[in-house]
Design a protein around this ligand. Structure first.
Ligand SMILES: [Zn+2]
Length: 59
């Protein structure tokens, strides 16, 4: 099962299937259209984006 690598919450939008079955699906079925999809949850992604924006604004 796909989990967030930062907080460990279960990721939505990624089907719970075996690797053989996943290989038959199209790319868009396996991932959601977001940066870090399949790796981080929406909250962690938002945190990273906000941190980047703040850092760039401070310069
Ligand atoms: Zn997370």
């Amino acid at each position: 099962m796909a989990k967030c690598s930062k907080c460990g919450i279960r990721l939505n939008g990624i089907p719970k299937k075996r690797v053989v079955e996943l290989s038959k699906l199209s790319k868009s079925m396996k991932k959601i259209s977001r940066i870090f999809s399949g790796t981080l949850c929406h909250r962690c992604v938002a945190e990273i984006i906000k941190a980047n924006v703040r850092r760039e604004a401070a310069i």
